[in-house]
Design a protein around this ligand. Structure first.
Ligand code: MF3
Ligand code: CO
Ligand code: CO
Length: 252
């Protein structure tokens, strides 16, 4: 769906609130805290301070505000009072807030305590993959250009791209069309049009690209047990390129 200015302003508000959750929680991320506690802090912040709605709660039966995906978990990790962060963990926090009916969806990686160099590098290159995907966005480009830019950068660094999960159109609907693949060929797929809003959220693996869904029905892990990283932004396509609706102060 193509957004007009009023709708874009709704998306801007939701996006900045989602970004603020990731900024707010950063100071709490230390060895010893549980992902369940992090979830509670973010829930309270979204509901009491932001007066917004945590979109993940009740989404297809998911019960938490955040997805907390640590180390070999690719995405959709479930916050848990018994999962205590330890030094060396790398963790993605993915949050979506709804404000005035509009969704803002974003995630970032956090380093817990002292992290091994190869894990820190995975985190950094994955963020670069997200930015390279965003950089090719402009009216007239194709969705395949995004996937191609991401896959090229990942593979140049001897990493792999997860194929089963993808970015998505977003607005009043959380997961809308089109699907945004994080791999593919340049000049293929749908044309990018001014006014579109969608997420780009590459999941990049140290080892093989293959995934494994756990018995809980949500947690997605790498099949080989090696680590994975993910970063996500919600973007709006303007005349010249992409406006990042979920940009954090640290990125400006
Ligand atoms: N925020 C995720 C995404 O980027 C979806 C999480 S769905 C949940 O699309 F139910 F697991 F929270
Ligand atoms: Co998303
Ligand atoms: Co998300």
């Amino acid at each position: 769906m193509i957004k007009n200015l009023e709708e874009l302003n709704g998306m801007r508000k939701a996006g900045s609130l989602a970004a603020e959750v990731l900024e707010m929680i950063g100071d709490f991320i230390k060895p010893g805290i549980s992902t369940g506690e992090l979830d509670k802090i973010c829930y309270d912040y979204i509901v009491d301070v932001q007066k917004a709605i945590p979109a993940n709660i009740g989404y297809r039966g998911f019960e938490k505000t955040l997805c907390t995906s640590i180390n070999q978990v690719i995405c959709h990790g479930i916050p848990d009072d018994n999962r205590i962060l330890k030094s060396g963990d790398i963790m993605n926090i993915d949050v979506t807030v709804i404000k005035d009916g509009w969704h803002g969806d974003t995630s970032k990686m956090y380093l817990v305590g002292k992290v091994q160099a190869h894990n820190e590098r995975l985190v950094k290159i994955t963020q670069e993959c997200l930015y390279k995907g965003i950089e090719v966005v402009r009216p007239g480009a194709s969705l395949g250009d995004i996937g191609h830019a991401i896959q090229t950068h990942a593979e140049k660094n001897y990493y792999t791209v997860v194929e089963e999960y993808c970015g998505h159109g977003i607005g009043k609907i959380y997961h809308d069309e089109p699907q945004i693949l994080h791999y593919g060929e340049a000049n293929t797929g749908q044309e990018i049009i001014e006014g579109m809003c969608f997420t780009i959220e590459p999941m990049i693996n140290l080892g093989s690209k293959h995934t494994n869904l756990l018995e809980d029905g949500w947690t997605v892990e790498t099949r080989d047990g090696k680590n994975s990283a993910q970063w996500e932004h919600t973007i709006y396509v303007n005349k010249n390129g992409a406006e990042i609706l979920t940009q954090r102060a640290e990125e400006r």
